[in-house]
Write a protein that binds this ligand. Sequence first.
Ligand code: NAG
Ligand code: NAG
Length: 328
Amino acid sequence: MHVLFFLLLASAWQQVIADSDSDSCKSSTTISSQSDADSLADCDSLEGSITFSSSASGSIVFNNITEIKGSFTAQGASSVTEISAPDVTGISSALTIDNMSSLTKLSMASLSKVESGITITNNKNLKSLEFQNLEEVDGQLDLTGYFTSVLLPSLDQVDGSTTIKGKSPMSCTALNALRSSDVFRGSYSCSVDGGGSSLSAGAKAGIAIGVIIVVILLLLAVWYVLRQRRQRQPRRRRTFQTDPPSPEIALGSEKLLEPEHKSSPPKESPVKERELQVPRKPIGPPPALLDGRSIYEAAYPASPIPVYHELDAGPVSGSHQRPIHSET
Ligand SMILES: *[C@@H]1O[C@H](CO)[C@@H](O)[C@H](O)[C@H]1NC(C)=O
Ligand SMILES: *[C@@H]1O[C@H](CO)[C@@H](O)[C@H](O)[C@H]1NC(C)=O
């Protein structure tokens, strides 16, 4: 009698386990209608992914599921107006809601952790987004679209890059505040079309580096121009100083009289001729000329440079010492 009772109990228990662990909870599911979503209502945890068929329409509600051990993807299902999964707390892969042109409401009030990225993009009619309990995203967070309100009051950690873009009444203030408490581990940007925008730290650093590079280039340009000018100046002065008077100008009248002698050297000025052929070193001021280490050729030997000698008159009392002008 007792044995029979226990056998009945055991078989009943087995039945319960089999029910709660039905096949539909162990495979990925494509959602075309609410009845597909209802077939998962027995599952506490779904060992697979949920993907929306493009033919799905209307409002789709996922009851009872608390854990999706796969991804949740709704893409291009243009007739779906509402997606609700009130009990789901975790998604083991990515959450993607993209190009859902009729979607007006997305509600996952219990969701606290997504182990890959969240991508909610290009949903024309999805104006307001709220993840009341979302704390952790182990991937990117991309919320780009037509949002006028994005609320992530519990957000604590985003490991990937964060991009949030919305429309005018949306405010980045609350999200920017999260940034200062080190929630966003990757890059962060939040911008509002038709309103102010907030640059990411990366963008600010990029602008700063750009400005520094421009300033350095400007300084280099100024330095180069100044250097060029300084190099040109002494060269111009030197050629001006050493250029001897041109024989053509000096003998202009003679050439007019005898045009056939154009190429032959003028015979009247052999000194000038020699001067032209001897290569010249630049001539500095007189003190430099007298420096023993470097000897320069005098400019015009015909006109000697006056040199003053001081003669020592010996131990003569009185003021007899005076410079004597001598010609050498
Ligand atoms: C949700 O699960 C409860 C038991 O936990 C069950 O009674 C209920 O019928 C389920 N909901 C749906 C819609 O199947
Ligand atoms: C969006 O979805 C529609 C149909 O649902 C499709 O025709 C269109 O190509 C999709 N657009 C993009 C950018 O994926």
